[in-house]
Design a protein around this ligand. Structure first.
Ligand SMILES: Cc1cc2nc3c(=O)[nH]c(=O)nc-3n(C[C@H](O)[C@H](O)[C@H](O)COP(=O)(O)OP(=O)(O)OC[C@H]3O[C@@H](n4cnc5c(N)ncnc54)[C@H](O)[C@@H]3O)c2cc1C
Length: 714
């Protein structure tokens, strides 16, 4: 039996896994990265939009800082995130951008002078300062107040992943692809590596390590319609669940992206709307401002997705053989902008939909002559003229994942997790656009470094026999999948699971439908025990892979659905039409799913409370979506008064925003990452008095005074 020993084992070669491998090498560890595919083809490469970090270089990002990034992140999460983790993240993100720049990521740069832009459907001119020429530019993305999403045209993930992969190779990380992690090796609640199947030869071997880090990405392929790559099936997270010790956090927190191409699901980046693109219904009307007067198309993703579906449900969607959809209009930005800044989007639309989205020419005007605007075909005809892209919401991002502490360690000691696979929990119930590639790199830095420290100290305390028993178990399992008496077909079961998830566990959820989904999924899970693979070879066998992965995916589907059924509130991307309010009184918590016994056919669910008294910002209105839509936490007022008092007292003593922040909510972070971020405008900010911690003082003061007067405030 083949056993490979190393200090640090990393499963997953996306941004998170590769960046963590560099952290391990920096501490001199013998490090192996395993991946299903060549690492540069990891899903991270698909990110087009960009990476959030508060650099404050460009005109539209003036005055930006960690506090504002933090505020956007917490509001975006609908107060479901761990605020200390959000602080760790926003403090490190600017350093991550700069590090990536030093590794050669060709960030799009500022050009001094005037440039045309489309803001809120209007053509405007933005003037960049001469002294900012050549610094990293940022775009409007993710519904944030300040423009802080850094990008490399529309191939951000691609350039980032290549740079990090090059750096990992430069550090001589041992990268091995076409390796599929099947199970974790663990004993006495400690993890000692993984059992791995070679996807080509079918050989099962063990990688034994002092520490193991999981960075296998999201679980989007549990759904039928998704923007995710086919490798994003969550099998890594399911393997953690199958240890019976590690737990999954908030699996019901699934993000649906509003602008996925119909029918393929290829993402039309949010950069389209960030750059000024608008959404139109079948009549060509821009409908978002009526629903979201303040943020319009740039409200958070969960909000835009819901609004699109509401509008379609009212009968305003354009008809298509693949169901109703709406239109994304980027032609409004002008051909030059589309061809230069949204090249990939144009390429995708032309290749997969036969549409040139830069086309604003009224080429087929004659076709529409005399056609009344309320004709069902009117929108289609308009779109043909304008090159609009057919889009609708589809699964996009997995906020849920393997639950970790702020250092990235799971409930199974020695098993760490980072990136989309994890529930670190930066995103709560909705992650902001641009915060995810950022999280992958930042978590790779922070968690990678904590993980490396763990590996330096840990010992391998498992004997060879035990390791061999783990290998044997997986070998027997592969044999069973090929040679059992069962008659079930893996593809039939997998397809039905995806349909159930789409139909009943999507954007709008409801108790009765979730119950039905759960029942059907349980039946599928029972049937999956009788899957028998028809292609009887152990090597190079896609059907065999599907067989063991589908069984894992079904466990995740059960965790998502059970979590969604039990959570009788609406928070972020989790919308219960039978419980439309966010309920901070009963549901300010995180769902934890575990699977302690292999005999179980349902996850065990428990909850982790979020402590309002430890929050830097107490739960409040998000600034978009429905107003008055939450039941306040009983301790909210007490915490708000405490926050207000602290801020006022410390500012009177001349303390700046970093010192005040620390007093409100201390958080732990490595010194090198906690160091203050310098910005070009530091002196000007000080002169303007913006170095003070002020982002929610006025708001709180208003409420405080209103309470004194006995006025009711939301
Ligand atoms: C189309 C699209 C566009 C996006 N655009 C943006 C954007 O503009 N900005 C942003 O912030 N975020 C964006 N995101 C999200 C972001 O790209 C991802 O969240 C992030 O890249 C995930 O990185 P990761 O390292 O966690 O995982 P991934 O990049 O998914 O890497 C996972 C790795 O795990 C390996 N793996 C998986 N299972 C196994 C196994 N069983 N055994 C061994 N290896 C395994 C894979 O081979 C792969 O190497 C986008 C997502 C999509 C779907």
């Amino acid at each position: 039996m083949k056993i490979t020993y190393c200090d640090a084992l990393i499963i997953g070669g996306g941004l998170a896994g590769l960046r963590a491998s560099i952290a391990c090498k920096q501490k001199g560890l013998n490090t192996i990265v395993l991946s299903l595919v060549p690492v540069r083809r990891s899903h991270s490469a698909a990110a087009q939009g960009g990476m959030q970090a508060s650099l404050a270089n460009a005109k539209k990002s003036e005055g930006d800082n960690e506090d504002l990034h933090f505020l956007d992140t917490v509001k975006g999460s609908d107060w479901g995130c761990d605020q200390q983790v959000a602080r760790m993240f926003v403090t490190t993100a600017p350093k991550a951008i700069r590090e990536l720049a030093s590794w050669g990521v060709p960030w799009t740069r500022i050009k001094k002078g005037d440039r045309p832009a489309v803001v809120n459907g209007e053509h405007v001119t933005i003037t960049e300062r001469d002294d900012r020429h050549g610094y990293i530019l940022s775009r409007d993305f993710g519904g944030t107040k300040k423009w802080r999403t850094c990008f490399t045209a529309d191939a951000t993930g691609h350039t980032m992943l290549y740079a990090v992969a090059n750096e990992a190779l430069h550090h001589k990380v041992d990268i091995q692809d076409r390796k599929d992690m099947l199970a974790f090796i663990h004993h006495d609640n400690k993890c000692y590596g993984a059992v791995v199947r070679d996807l080509i030869t079918g050989e099962i071997s063990a990688y034994v390590s002092k520490g193991t880090l999981l960075a296998t990405g999201g679980y989007g392929r549990v759904y039928k319609h998704t923007t995710n790559a086919v490798i994003c099936d969550g099998a890594g997270a399911a393997s953690a669940l199958e240890t019976g010790v590690a737990k999954l956090g908030n699996m019901e927190a699934v993000q649906f992206h509003p602008t996925a191409l119909v029918p393929s699901g290829i993402l039309m980046t949010e950069g389209c709307r960030g750059d000024g693109g608008v959404l139109r219904d079948k009549f060509g009307r821009r409908f978002m401002p009526a629903y979201e007067p303040e943020k319009k198309e740039l409200a958070s993703r969960d909000v835009v997705s819901r609004r699109i579906l509401e509008h379609i449900q009212k009968g305003y969607g354009a008809k298509s053989p693949y169901g109703d959809h709406v239109w994304l209009d980027i032609a409004i930005l002008g051909r030059n902008h589309v061809e230069k800044n949204l090249r990939d989007v144009r390429d995708i639309a032309m290749t997969f939909a036969g549409i040139d989205p830069a086309d604003s020419e009224e080429q087929t005007k004659d076709n529409m002559q005399g056609m009344p605007a309320n004709e069902p075909e009117y929108g289609q005809a308009m779109a043909k003229q304008k090159g609009w892209i057919p889009i609708k919401p589809m699964q996009h991002y997995s906020m849920g994942g393997v639950r970790t502490n702020p250092k990235g360690e799971t409930h199974l000691k020695g098993l760490f997790c980072a990136g989309e696979a994890a529930c670190w929990d930066l995103h709560g119930f909705n992650r902001l656009g641009g915060n995810s590639v950022s999280e992958a790199v930042v978590a790779g830095m922070i968690i990678g470094d904590y993980f490396a420290s763990h590996c330096l100290e840990a010992q391998i305390e498992i004997n060879t026999q035990k390791v061999e028993a783990f290998i044997k178990e997986s070998q027997d399992y592969m044999h069973f999948l090929l040679h059992n008496e069962g008659k079930e077909d893996v593809y039939e079961i997998k397809e039905r699971m995806k349909e159930i998830m789409d139909e009943k566990v999507g954007v709008f959820r409801e108790g009765k439908r979730l119950e039905k989904a759960l029942k059907e999924l349980q039946e599928l899970y029972a049937r999956s025990k009788n899957i028998c693979v028809k292609n009887k070879v152990l090597h190079n066998n896609p059907e065999l892979e599907d067989a063991y992965r589908t069984k894992k995916m079904l466990k995740l589907a059960l965790c998502i659905t059970q979590g969604a059924l039990l959570r009788t509130e609406s928070r972020g991307a989790h919308t219960r039409i039978d419980y439309p309010k966010r309920d901070d009184e009963k549901w300010l918590n995180r769902t934890l799913a575990s699977w302690p016994s292999a005999e179980q056919d349902m996850p065990t669910i428990e909850y982790e409370e979020l402590d309002v008294m430890e929050m830097e910002i107490s739960p409040d209105f998000r600034g978009y979506g429905k107003k008055g839509n939450f039941i306040p936490h009983p301790k909210k007022e007490e915490r708000d008064a405490e926050i207000l008092k602290t801020i006022l007292e410390l500012e009177k003593l001349g303390k700046d925003r970093v010192e005040v922040q620390h007093a409100l909510m201390p958080f732990e972070l490595q010194e090198k990452y906690k160091a203050r971020n310098m910005r070009l405008e530091d002196e000007e900010v000080r002169a303007r008095g913006e170095h003070l911690y002020s982002f929610n003082v006025h708001d709180l003061l208003d409420k405080y005074n209103a309470n004194l007067k006995g006025e009711h405030h939301e």
